[in-house]
Design a protein around this ligand. Structure first.
Ligand code: MTE
Ligand code: MO
Length: 388
């Protein structure tokens, strides 16, 4: 095992040799205009979003399967573009039946020459920095003020390398990745047992990795300590925490219950029975306002909408906005898309001509960029303007 892992590092480098290096984009990004004061202006306050849930933000709620922590997106600053670990959103807190003290192993079963146990401490010799990546829960809704989204800098072991260390039978086409999920108490909204089935190609294209560190420290318990999957660009439901099982399978493998639970939220057609009929659970380009600031500039009231854009697999500057369905979209003033791995902050100064409620809707005016949730109005947020 040790030998094959050592050998696989070279294979991995070869595989990815032609690709762009994993750039730590957030570190090189200049401070977006959104975070700079408006010249000659005074910030008076913010206008509230209305019609959303009042689930407490940045507060640990519940335990186990019912455990949640929502990020307060409205407070995003240049310093928190990488979310501090204690604010990173949580969907499912650590399983109380997990034994953290025992050395961690990952069982390998299924279409392999021999069932084996991978030792995490051995895998960790191949640990590398993987850069900043965003995770968004597929169930990120207005009810939680869209707080189920965060960004961290990760390090871990590329899945390509983990798989290179396993003697997989030739008929295998995909792999089940499962996590420990035994909780003493059940929870009405959540099914225990997280596992997703990926094709080898999907894992490689996404540059999937088993993360062991988050923002420079070992994964916190609630984020999958000691090891979780990160599937860059895919919804959080695929980023299995407490990974303890890897099972190569073929195209006859049934979709897992967890996949079927998330079928609609990951844009599947119906609830496919077979894993091979699941489309990649990737996040399309999406955008939403996170804060509407009220400014006084030369005696006049102005509003500046601050927002984020994330997801997708190519950058786009074709972001447009409107404040009412009857209005034409106009280009977002300050938007410079630099990465798909994390979010980009944009801003747009706006002068409504009367008080009222305005649904803020974003669109990408570029037919080659897929934006299924944006098209469906999923991220529309309504702001209440009380003074103009
Ligand atoms: N074992 C396990 N892994 C899991 C889950 C779970 O319930 N159990 N939830 C998934 C979902 S739905 C999301 S959105 C992400 C959330 O990761 P986070 O809590 O670290 O933000 O973990 C995923 N991994
Ligand atoms: Mo999720």
């Amino acid at each position: 095992m040790r030998q094959s892992l050592g050998a696989s590092a070279a294979v991995f480098t070869g595989l990815h040799g032609g690709r762009l290096p994993i750039a730590d984009t957030l570190a090189t990004t200049t401070v977006p205009a959104a975070f700079k004061p408006i010249a000659g202006g005074t910030l008076l306050g913010t206008a509230p979003f209305v019609g959303e849930g009042n689930f407490p933000l940045e507060t640990l709620v519940g335990s186990g399967l019912g455990g949640r922590l929502l990020l307060d997106l409205s407070t995003l600053t240049p310093e928190t573009l990488v979310t501090p670990n204690d604010k990173f959103f949580i969907r499912t807190r650590y399983p109380d039946q997990l034994h953290y003290d025992a050395p961690w192993t990952i069982s390998v079963r299924g279409l392999v020459e021999q069932p084996t146990e991978l030792s995490l401490s051995e895998l960790m010799r191949g640990e590398v920095s993987m850069g900043a990546h965003l995770i968004e829960c597929a169930g990120n809704t207005a009810n939680g003020r869209f707080g189920l989204i965060s960004t961290a800098r990760w390090s871990g072991i590329p899945m390509a390398e983990v798989l290179d260390g396993i003697k997989i039978l030739p008929q295998a086409t995909r792999v089940i990745i499962s996590g420990f999920d035994q909780h003493s108490r059940s929870h009405p909204g959540s099914v225990a047992g997280a596992s997703w089935i990926f094709s080898f190609e999907q894992l490689q294209t996404a540059n999937a990795f088993l993360a062991t560190h988050m923002n420079g420290v070992p994964l916190p318990k609630d984020h999958g300590h000691p090891v979780r999957l990160v599937m860059p660009g895919w919804y959080g439901c695929t980023c299995i925490k407490w990974v303890n099982r890897i099972v190569p399978v073929d195209d006859t493998a049934l979709a897992t219950g967890h996949m079927r639970e998330y079928a609609r939220r990951t844009h599947q057609v119906g609830k496919p029975k077979l894993a091979k009929d699941f489309k990649p659970a990737s996040i399309d380009v999406a955008a939403m306002p996170i804060r509407v600031e009220q400014w006084r500039v030369e005696g006049k009231l102005l509003y500046r909408v601050i927002g984020i854009l994330w997801g997708g697999d190519r950058t786009t500057d074709a972001l447009v906005v409107r404040f009412h369905p009857s209005m034409d979209y106009v280009p977002v003033e300050d938007h410079e898309h630099q990465t798909n791995a994390t979010w980009t902050v944009w801003s747009h100064v706006w002068k409504p001509n009367k008080a009222g409620r305005y649904p803020i809707q974003l669109k990408v005016d570029d037919p080659v960029v897929r934006t299924r949730r944006l098209d469906a109005g999923y991220y529309v947020r309504t702001v209440e303007i009380r003074a103009v």
